[in-house]
Design a protein around this ligand. Structure first.
Ligand code: CDP
Length: 213
Protein backbone atom coordinates (compact mmCIF):
# COMPACT_ATOMS: atom_id res chain seq x y z
CA UNK A 1 0.00 0.00 0.00
CA UNK A 2 1.42 3.44 -0.83
CA UNK A 3 0.92 6.44 1.43
CA UNK A 4 0.95 9.98 0.10
CA UNK A 5 3.36 12.26 1.99
CA UNK A 6 2.05 13.84 5.20
CA UNK A 7 2.26 17.58 4.59
CA UNK A 8 1.54 20.08 7.36
CA UNK A 9 1.24 23.66 6.11
CA UNK A 10 1.88 26.46 8.61
CA UNK A 11 1.51 30.08 7.48
CA UNK A 12 1.45 33.37 9.30
CA UNK A 13 3.03 36.81 9.67
CA UNK A 14 6.47 37.65 11.10
CA UNK A 15 7.11 36.52 14.68
CA UNK A 16 3.68 34.90 15.03
CA UNK A 17 5.13 31.75 16.60
CA UNK A 18 4.80 29.61 13.46
CA UNK A 19 8.51 28.69 13.43
CA UNK A 20 8.45 27.46 17.04
CA UNK A 21 5.26 25.49 16.41
CA UNK A 22 6.72 23.98 13.21
CA UNK A 23 9.93 22.90 14.96
CA UNK A 24 8.03 21.31 17.87
CA UNK A 25 5.68 19.47 15.52
CA UNK A 26 8.62 18.25 13.44
CA UNK A 27 10.29 16.75 16.52
CA UNK A 28 7.09 15.25 17.88
CA UNK A 29 6.00 13.70 14.57
CA UNK A 30 9.51 12.89 13.39
CA UNK A 31 8.95 14.79 10.14
CA UNK A 32 11.49 17.06 8.42
CA UNK A 33 10.82 20.78 8.80
CA UNK A 34 11.36 23.31 5.99
CA UNK A 35 11.40 26.98 7.04
CA UNK A 36 10.69 28.44 3.59
CA UNK A 37 11.42 31.97 4.83
CA UNK A 38 15.09 30.96 4.85
CA UNK A 39 15.05 30.55 1.06
CA UNK A 40 13.89 34.18 0.58
CA UNK A 41 16.35 35.28 3.24
CA UNK A 42 19.20 33.44 1.46
CA UNK A 43 18.55 35.29 -1.82
CA UNK A 44 18.42 38.65 0.00
CA UNK A 45 21.59 37.83 1.96
CA UNK A 46 23.52 36.83 -1.18
CA UNK A 47 22.55 40.14 -2.86
CA UNK A 48 23.50 42.17 0.23
CA UNK A 49 26.84 40.35 0.54
CA UNK A 50 27.67 41.15 -3.10
CA UNK A 51 26.62 44.79 -2.59
CA UNK A 52 23.87 44.39 -5.17
CA UNK A 53 20.49 46.21 -5.09
CA UNK A 54 17.36 44.48 -3.75
CA UNK A 55 15.05 45.86 -6.42
CA UNK A 56 16.55 44.37 -9.61
CA UNK A 57 14.49 41.29 -10.58
CA UNK A 58 17.03 39.99 -13.16
CA UNK A 59 19.79 39.97 -10.56
CA UNK A 60 17.56 38.40 -7.91
CA UNK A 61 16.45 35.66 -10.34
CA UNK A 62 20.07 34.82 -11.24
CA UNK A 63 21.01 34.77 -7.57
CA UNK A 64 18.08 32.49 -6.67
CA UNK A 65 18.89 30.10 -9.53
CA UNK A 66 22.52 29.77 -8.38
CA UNK A 67 21.79 29.17 -4.70
CA UNK A 68 22.28 25.77 -3.08
CA UNK A 69 18.99 25.58 -1.18
CA UNK A 70 20.08 22.45 0.67
CA UNK A 71 22.58 24.58 2.64
CA UNK A 72 20.64 27.27 4.47
CA UNK A 73 22.44 28.57 7.57
CA UNK A 74 19.83 29.77 10.08
CA UNK A 75 22.52 31.38 12.28
CA UNK A 76 23.54 33.75 9.51
CA UNK A 77 20.10 34.25 7.95
CA UNK A 78 17.95 34.85 11.03
CA UNK A 79 18.94 38.53 11.57
CA UNK A 80 15.94 40.87 11.71
CA UNK A 81 17.27 43.11 8.86
CA UNK A 82 17.61 40.10 6.55
CA UNK A 83 13.90 39.36 7.09
CA UNK A 84 13.03 42.87 5.97
CA UNK A 85 15.31 42.54 2.92
CA UNK A 86 13.76 39.14 2.14
CA UNK A 87 10.26 40.62 2.00
CA UNK A 88 11.49 43.05 -0.69
CA UNK A 89 12.64 40.32 -3.03
CA UNK A 90 9.63 38.12 -2.13
CA UNK A 91 7.40 40.38 -4.25
CA UNK A 92 9.19 39.17 -7.43
CA UNK A 93 7.21 36.44 -9.22
CA UNK A 94 10.15 34.88 -11.06
CA UNK A 95 12.12 34.57 -7.83
CA UNK A 96 9.10 32.98 -6.16
CA UNK A 97 8.76 30.45 -9.02
CA UNK A 98 12.31 29.18 -8.50
CA UNK A 99 12.00 28.94 -4.72
CA UNK A 100 8.49 27.44 -4.72
CA UNK A 101 9.62 24.65 -7.06
CA UNK A 102 12.36 23.61 -4.61
CA UNK A 103 9.95 23.88 -1.66
CA UNK A 104 7.34 21.66 -3.37
CA UNK A 105 9.94 19.03 -4.17
CA UNK A 106 10.92 18.90 -0.49
CA UNK A 107 7.29 18.64 0.66
CA UNK A 108 6.43 15.87 -1.78
CA UNK A 109 9.40 13.68 -0.84
CA UNK A 110 8.22 10.85 1.49
CA UNK A 111 7.51 10.84 4.38
CA UNK A 112 6.41 14.48 3.83
CA UNK A 113 7.22 17.61 5.81
CA UNK A 114 6.21 20.42 8.08
CA UNK A 115 6.35 23.46 5.80
CA UNK A 116 6.30 26.95 7.30
CA UNK A 117 5.96 30.22 5.40
CA UNK A 118 3.46 32.71 4.00
CA UNK A 119 1.89 30.90 1.02
CA UNK A 120 2.21 27.20 1.86
CA UNK A 121 -1.52 26.47 2.24
CA UNK A 122 -2.54 28.75 -0.64
CA UNK A 123 0.17 28.17 -3.29
CA UNK A 124 3.03 25.81 -2.43
CA UNK A 125 0.99 22.88 -1.02
CA UNK A 126 -2.72 23.57 -1.63
CA UNK A 127 -3.42 19.84 -1.08
CA UNK A 128 -1.63 19.66 2.29
CA UNK A 129 -2.97 17.09 4.76
CA UNK A 130 -3.75 19.91 7.19
CA UNK A 131 -3.22 23.69 7.24
CA UNK A 132 -2.68 26.15 10.07
CA UNK A 133 -2.64 29.93 10.05
CA UNK A 134 -0.75 31.19 13.10
CA UNK A 135 -1.21 34.80 14.07
CA UNK A 136 -0.87 37.26 16.99
CA UNK A 137 -1.33 41.00 17.43
CA UNK A 138 1.44 43.20 15.95
CA UNK A 139 2.31 44.49 19.46
CA UNK A 140 2.87 40.98 20.79
CA UNK A 141 4.84 39.95 17.72
CA UNK A 142 7.08 43.02 17.98
CA UNK A 143 7.69 42.27 21.67
CA UNK A 144 8.65 38.67 20.82
CA UNK A 145 11.09 39.78 18.11
CA UNK A 146 12.53 42.41 20.48
CA UNK A 147 13.04 39.85 23.29
CA UNK A 148 14.65 37.42 20.85
CA UNK A 149 17.21 40.03 19.73
CA UNK A 150 17.99 41.07 23.33
CA UNK A 151 18.38 37.42 24.36
CA UNK A 152 20.95 37.04 21.59
CA UNK A 153 23.00 39.79 23.24
CA UNK A 154 22.28 42.47 20.62
CA UNK A 155 20.60 45.84 21.07
CA UNK A 156 17.17 46.71 19.69
CA UNK A 157 14.56 49.46 19.75
CA UNK A 158 11.00 48.24 20.36
CA UNK A 159 9.31 51.11 18.46
CA UNK A 160 11.53 50.51 15.43
CA UNK A 161 10.77 46.80 15.43
CA UNK A 162 7.05 47.46 15.82
CA UNK A 163 7.16 49.80 12.78
CA UNK A 164 9.15 47.17 10.79
CA UNK A 165 6.57 44.48 11.63
CA UNK A 166 3.72 46.69 10.39
CA UNK A 167 5.61 47.52 7.17
CA UNK A 168 6.44 43.85 6.61
CA UNK A 169 2.78 42.82 7.13
CA UNK A 170 1.71 45.43 4.60
CA UNK A 171 4.28 44.25 2.03
CA UNK A 172 3.52 40.54 2.57
CA UNK A 173 -0.26 40.93 2.59
CA UNK A 174 -0.40 43.54 -0.17
CA UNK A 175 1.75 41.93 -2.86
CA UNK A 176 0.09 40.68 -6.07
CA UNK A 177 1.78 37.28 -6.22
CA UNK A 178 0.96 34.89 -3.35
CA UNK A 179 -0.06 37.46 -0.71
CA UNK A 180 -0.10 36.34 2.90
CA UNK A 181 -3.62 35.23 3.81
CA UNK A 182 -5.18 32.20 5.48
CA UNK A 183 -6.19 29.38 3.10
CA UNK A 184 -9.96 28.85 3.24
CA UNK A 185 -9.49 25.47 4.91
CA UNK A 186 -6.81 26.59 7.39
CA UNK A 187 -7.25 26.25 11.17
CA UNK A 188 -6.62 29.59 12.84
CA UNK A 189 -4.33 29.67 15.89
CA UNK A 190 -4.12 33.09 17.57
CA UNK A 191 -1.07 32.94 19.82
CA UNK A 192 -1.81 36.32 21.44
CA UNK A 193 -4.44 34.48 23.40
CA UNK A 194 -2.77 31.14 23.88
CA UNK A 195 0.59 29.86 25.11
CA UNK A 196 2.87 28.02 22.72
CA UNK A 197 2.18 24.79 24.68
CA UNK A 198 -1.56 25.25 24.14
CA UNK A 199 -1.05 26.02 20.44
CA UNK A 200 1.08 22.88 20.13
CA UNK A 201 -1.51 20.71 21.89
CA UNK A 202 -4.34 22.09 19.80
CA UNK A 203 -2.35 21.50 16.60
CA UNK A 204 -1.53 17.90 17.61
CA UNK A 205 -5.22 17.17 18.34
CA UNK A 206 -6.27 18.55 14.95
CA UNK A 207 -3.49 16.64 13.12
CA UNK A 208 -4.48 13.36 14.79
CA UNK A 209 -8.08 13.96 13.76
CA UNK A 210 -7.10 14.81 10.16
CA UNK A 211 -4.87 11.72 9.83
CA UNK A 212 -7.63 9.48 11.26
CA UNK A 213 -10.12 10.86 8.70
O1 CDP B 1 10.85 34.70 10.66
P1 CDP B 1 9.92 35.71 10.08
O2 CDP B 1 8.49 35.34 10.23
O3 CDP B 1 10.24 37.10 10.48
O4 CDP B 1 10.23 35.75 8.50
P2 CDP B 1 10.45 34.56 7.50
O5 CDP B 1 9.40 33.52 7.65
O6 CDP B 1 11.87 34.11 7.58
O7 CDP B 1 10.20 35.28 6.07
C1 CDP B 1 10.95 36.39 5.64
C2 CDP B 1 10.21 37.02 4.46
O8 CDP B 1 10.25 36.12 3.35
C3 CDP B 1 8.73 37.29 4.70
O9 CDP B 1 8.47 38.57 5.25
C4 CDP B 1 8.12 37.15 3.30
O10 CDP B 1 8.16 38.36 2.59
C5 CDP B 1 9.03 36.14 2.61
N1 CDP B 1 8.40 34.81 2.53
C6 CDP B 1 7.48 34.56 1.52
O11 CDP B 1 7.15 35.46 0.76
N2 CDP B 1 6.94 33.32 1.35
C7 CDP B 1 7.28 32.32 2.19
N3 CDP B 1 6.73 31.10 1.98
C8 CDP B 1 8.17 32.54 3.25
C9 CDP B 1 8.72 33.81 3.41
Amino acid sequence: MSHSPLVIAIDGPAASGKGTLARQLGEHLNLPHFDTGLTYRAVAYALLQANLPLDDEELAVKTAANLDLSKLDRNILSAHEIGTAASKIAVMSRVRQILVEAQRKFAMTPPGAIMDGRDIGTVVCPDATIKFYVTASPEIRAKRRYDEIIQNGKSADYEEIFADILKRDERDMGRKDSPLRPAEDAHLLDTSKMSIENAFQKAIDLIEQAVAD
